[in-house]
Design a protein around this ligand. Sequence first.
Ligand SMILES: [Mg+2]
Length: 461
Amino acid sequence: MRSSSRIRPALSEGSPRGRDATGGIQGQENAEVPIIRKDTAMATNRRSFLRPGMAAGLAAALGQDLRAESLIEPKPVTVAQLDAAAAGVLKLEGLTSPVKIASIELFRFEAADDDYYLVRARSSDGAEGFSFPNSRAAYLYPIFNQLVAPYFIGKDARQLEALVQGVYRHKSNYKLQGLALWCPVAWVEFALLDMLGRILHKPVGELFGGVIRREIPAYVASGSRDTTAQQEAEKLARLVAETGCRAVKFKVGGRMSNNADSIPGRTEALIPLVRKVLGPDITIQADANSSYDPSKAVQVGRMLEEIDAYMFEEPCPFDHLEDTKQVADALTINVAGGEQESSERRFRWMIANNAVQIVQPDLHYYGGFIRSVRVARMAAVANIDITLHISGGLGYSQMVHFASCTPNMGRFQEYEGGVRETGGWFDPPIVFKDGALTVPIGPGFGIAAAQDLLKNASKMI
Ligand SMILES: [Mg+2]
């Protein structure tokens, strides 16, 4: 069997599916009308059956049935249950005095032949916190400096959960919502969480329910679409051999391409070839980057089911939630989405309606830990997994902390490299070994090199 690092939340009271044979809700205590649609229930029921021919053929080919542990089995949930799960996620026990925010500054510096960014937050009594923005700081810094950071000055960092909502309303910032607003909010939020963690002498994970794992299994991703099927399968095999990862992700379709492939016939050739080349023990995931309409997405999804793939990411245009749900309803494979999402209500809709079985907020694009933990908690109620999208740079260093404290993390997290260049900036250094990343145990995000890095940094104004 495939090894799985998956830890399931204890949510299995009653029937594992929570639905009766007609798709009704069992044991529904809440008077609110469930918003699970009839077709959702049908899809979930379908997920409980091995499709004729496919599973038997696969089991025969591989000598075992792998599907049972691959399928995520969502539970019916109400909006009220999801809202309750998302409330009050930041825990700051022991912090009895106000932590008044005195300054928040954004710096740029060069290291390892690249540009990096650093936020420094200071409190009025001398506490400091740091964060590493992604490369979009190169052009989002005016939003950071003019519309986001000033809102936090003079406020109590202990109120961070409310402040993240407050900055959304501040100066009508909500009109900018999307990653251009939420990235700068995330960078401030990370720095203030780092400050709070340093004050409490706790890693960030302890502020969100507690650290439950110190090693985070990763998958290797290939971002290529210009390779032939043969070249791509060989590349994936090489990446697996080099990293020790037990999971891969590759691109299918043409990216936002209205069904067109990047190279005609590439996707159809690649999917079976990847399983053939990698063998039965590697977890396979595919990302369509919004390539397909529902009909084509189902066709590609069935090919992925045939090779027992684990995840089909963004099959349809990312904001076409109805089409995505239609695809998820038609398929048994876990459909994933959310890397472009900026709305908690839309994540809630996706979860409540079983439109995806894996939610994928990006800690930067989505506005930080607090908002992403809220999504994770909602997903957990529905027995849905979360697998963060990583937007490059030092995103891995924030991801490992998030994964350290989130029970319903998917079995593998995205890792695009970077430890060799920047892992040493943490205490202890973040290490990537045997396909897994370590979690630094220093307070906050465990950033050890901030003062040194600031020596050659210039303030972005
Ligand atoms: Mg993607």
